[in-house]
Every structure is written in structure tokens, then in C-alpha cells.
Design a protein around this ligand. Structure first.
Ligand SMILES: NC(=O)c1ccc[n+]([C@@H]2O[C@H](COP(=O)([O-])OP(=O)(O)OC[C@H]3O[C@@H](n4cnc5c(N)ncnc54)[C@H](OP(=O)(O)O)[C@@H]3O)[C@@H](O)[C@H]2O)c1
Length: 320
């Protein structure tokens, strides 16, 4: 059987007809209703690999078949997930994904709204709960660098609703400042002069930082001794400046668990189930802000251009 997919080839997106995937032992075969676009899609496209590749690492859809060892899902279930960067992505009619990486779609969200959530939610949750070990009784101050983007938009909410942390988020435009304040950040500061703006609201520095735009020397100076810095991206990662304060550097990479088939990779499915419950209970809200109809090369081109601008508020979704 063949299906429609959008392939990336040498930096261009093309509508193509390809063989439909066969579900492996732990796989769900999902009819894709919506995908969201992340910076990883744009970066992979821009790398312009000559071999055709299907991108799309955030999806929501309906299970149409299951592998023989699947235990948590059945045909007809509505699901959401970000999957595995080492496998073909979800910019296609049908997509195979390991059930351990999947959650049931929040009932209160449409497929398009749900597709906005998984990759950024897992990044934020792994950084906050697994790397920092934060929980309901955790206090202190957390700085979120890049708070208005996809990751920051759910991270600020998770930190506010599920921990006792005081949250400082960064944003540089009136509309992004307003967005971050609306997500619940206690303070919003401008990242263009991070040292001064953070010190103005936290004169003694912060206890932890989760940063999408990591510049270690600047952040080390803002971090209290024995504090923790979780980097999810950035450019200056020499950890030398963290030594005098005995501070800890963590890398968060959302695809590490699936790529290395880590024994606890089902943690990602569990986190998505938990967040699904929080969304349905109204304790968290969806982060989709823009919807583009047409799961085609044309619709995705428009989406990649917008995400590639680096000025997204929340998330962008492409749907049928
Ligand atoms: N390691 C991982 O597993 C992982 C997972 C997800 C994302 N990432 C990476 O993390 C980064 C952020 O992802 P995202 O989805 O949140 O991106 P995004 O949605 O594109 O983020 C856009 C926002 O970033 C803010 N921003 C731009 N430059 C900034 C800077 N120098 N300092 C602070 N904020 C800045 C902008 O806020 P203003 O307009 O207010 O300035 C904008 O609203 C990307 O590089 C992405 O590839 C890594």
C-alpha cells in the first residue's frame, strides 16, 4: 500500500507517494490528523541532506493498527506524541510510532491543538522533573530563557502549576511579554540585557535555569552557588565558568530516550498521559497559536518559514 507524504530533499519539501509503514512489535500505526512544526524540523530541512527524508516530530491522530506486542492502545484510540528522530517523521497520511512514546490525546483538545504539545512538553518536563528533580514541594527561583517560544510556553505553566518555584521568564517584545505573563510567570524580563534585567528582580541570583538560548558565562553569573543549569540549546557551552560556584550543567535532549532505546523510554508516554490529564482538568492550557490547513508541501513550507523566523509565540500547527 502507498500513501501521501511530504519528503525533504536537499532543503526542499515535495509531495510524494511512498510505501505505507508496517508497524513493528511495539508500534502503533497512526492516521495523522495534525502535526506541529518545531525548530528541529526547520534545522533538519536547512541542513539540505540529499537523501529523501520525512520530517514531522509532533503529531496527533487515530490508531488504525497495532503491532503484536502493543498493550496500552487499541484501534480507534486518539493519540498524541513526538516520536523518535531516528525514524521517519509524521508529515504523512500514516505514521508508525513506538507505543511507549505515546499518550492518549487530551479529550478537551482538538487533534490540531493536541499536536502542538508533545515535543515541547516532553522537553520541558524532562528538564524540570527529571534533570532538576522539581516537584510540588520545590521552592526557590527558576529562570526560563526563551519563555515565549514553544518550550517556554509549556515550561512556565508546568513550573507554576506543578511546583512551588517562583518563575522568571524572558521575552523581548510587548506581545511576547504579555504572552509570558499570561502563562503565569511571576516576572518577565528582557533577554537582550539578561544580566541586568534578572538582577533587577532577583538581586541574589536564581536557583535554577532552563535555557533554550544558553550562554554559560552569562548564566553562571546569575546562578547561585550549587545551582543547576539545564541547556536545551544555545551556543556557548564551555562549563568552566560553573566551577567557582560548584554549579551543575545538564543537557536536555528530548530524543535521547527513544534514540538510545533507553530502558525507561516509557517515561515519555507516562509524561504525556499526565499532561493530558492536567489539560483536561484545566490546570494547563494548550499552547497552539497558529493553524495552517493542508498537510502538504505547500502548507508545511509556510509553516517552516514562520517557525524559522525565531519569533513564534507558542506553537504552529499544520492540519488536514
Ligand atoms: N534539546 C532539545 O531536546 C530541544 C527541544 C526543543 C527545542 N529545542 C531547541 O530550543 C530552542 C527553542 O525552541 P522553541 O520551540 O521554544 O523555539 P521557538 O518557539 O522558535 O522560540 C521562539 C521564541 O524564542 C525567543 N528568543 C529568540 N531569541 C532569543 C534569545 N537569544 N534569548 C531568549 N529568547 C529568545 C523569542 O522571544 P522574543 O520574541 O520575546 O524575543 C521567540 O518568541 C530551539 O533552538 C530548539 O531547536 C531543543
Amino acid at each position: 500500500m502507498t500513501m501521501h507524504a511530504v519528503s525533504a530533499v536537499s532543503g526542499e519539501l515535495h509531495d510524494t507517494e511512498v510505501p505505507a509503514p508496517e508497524p513493528q512489535a511495539h508500534d502503533l500505526l497512526v492516521r495523522v490528523e495534525a502535526v506541529s512544526v518545531n525548530p528541529v524540523d526547520v534545522k533538519t530541512l536547512r541542513a539540505a541532506h540529499p537523501d529523501p527524508r520525512i520530517l514531522g516530530f509532533d503529531a496527533a491522530g487515530t490508531v488504525v493498527a497495532v503491532g503484536p506486542e502493543v498493550s496500552r492502545f487499541t484501534v480507534g484510540d486518539a493519540v498524541y506524541y513526538c516520536g523518535d528522530y531516528t525514524r521517519p517523521g509524521a508529515n504523512a497520511d500514516l505514521h508508525a510510532v513506538d507505543e511507549r512514546l505515546v499518550g492518549h490525546k487530551p479529550a478537551s483538545l482538538s487533534f490540531a491543538e493536541a499536536a502542538a504539545m508533545p515535543l515541547t512538553t516532553l522537553t520541558a518536563a524532562e528538564a524540570l522533573f527529571d534533570h532538576l528533580g522539581a516537584g510540588p514541594s520545590t521552592t526557590g527561583t527558576l529562570l526560563v530563557v526563551g519563555a515565549s517560544g514553544g518550550v517556554g510556553s509549556i515550561l512556565v505553566q508546568l513550573a507554576r502549576r506543578l511546583t512551588g518555584l517562583r518563575v522568571i521568564g524572558t521575552a523581548s517584545r510587548p506581545e511576547s511579554r504579555e504572552w509570558v505573563a499570561g502563562l503565569g510567570a511571576h516576572e518577565v524580563v528582557d533577554h537582550r540585557d539578561l544580566g541586568a534585567t534578572v538582577r533587577a528582580v532577583a538581586p541574589d541570583g536564581v536557583d535554577a535555569i532552563i535555557s533554550a538560548y544558553t550562554d554559560v558565562p552569562v548564566l553562571a553569573d546569575l546562578l547561585r552557588p550549587w545551582g543547576h543549569l539545564v541547556a536545551i540549546d544555545g551556543s556557548h557551552h564551555d562549563v568552566g565558568p560553573l566551577k567557582p560556584g560548584s554549579q551543575t550543567f545538564h543537557w536536555e535532549y528530548v530524543f535521547a530516550r527513544p534514540a538510545h532505546r533507553m530502558p525507561d523510554m516509557a517515561r515519555q508516554g507516562d509524561l504525556l498521559e499526565q499532561v493530558s490529564g492536567e489539560l483536561d482538568a484545566g490546570r494547563l492550557r494548550g499552547t497552539a497559536t497558529r493553524f495552517i490547513p493542508g498537510l502538504t508541501a505547500s502548507g508545511l513550507r509556510e509553516a517552516y518559514e514562520a517557525v524559522g523566523s525565531g519569533r513564534m509565540l507558542g506553537k504552529l500547527v499544520v492540519h488536514r
